[in-house]
Write a new protein. Structure first.
Length: 86
């Protein structure tokens, strides 16, 4: 069943529907990442997809490294690279 049919959007499910600005968005995503670290389910991305995502996140993070959102992107890129053994 899709999220729309169930009446539950991904934003609502993961607490992103109520954020008011980029700072709250970065905080909500950070909490989501921490929650995701505890999830022991099978990976959803291939190694190639994960590497591409890490590259994009890393490049995004370099744009404004002092921004909370970009710092989160850098953290995610680092975690993906670490899991890939890079």
């Amino acid at each position: 069943m899709s999220d729309d049919l169930a009446g539950d959007s991904l934003d609502e499910r993961y607490g992103l529907a109520v954020v008011r600005d980029l700072e709250e968005y970065a905080e909500a995503l950070s909490r989501l990442v921490e929650k995701g670290l505890q999830d022991q389910r099978a990976p959803l991305l291939s190694e190639a997809e994960a590497y591409a995502a890490a590259e994009l996140l890393g490049r995004f993070a370099l744009d404004e490294p002092w921004s909370a959102l970009n710092q989160l992107a850098a953290t995610l890129a680092s975690r993906i690279y670490s899991r890939l053994g890079a």
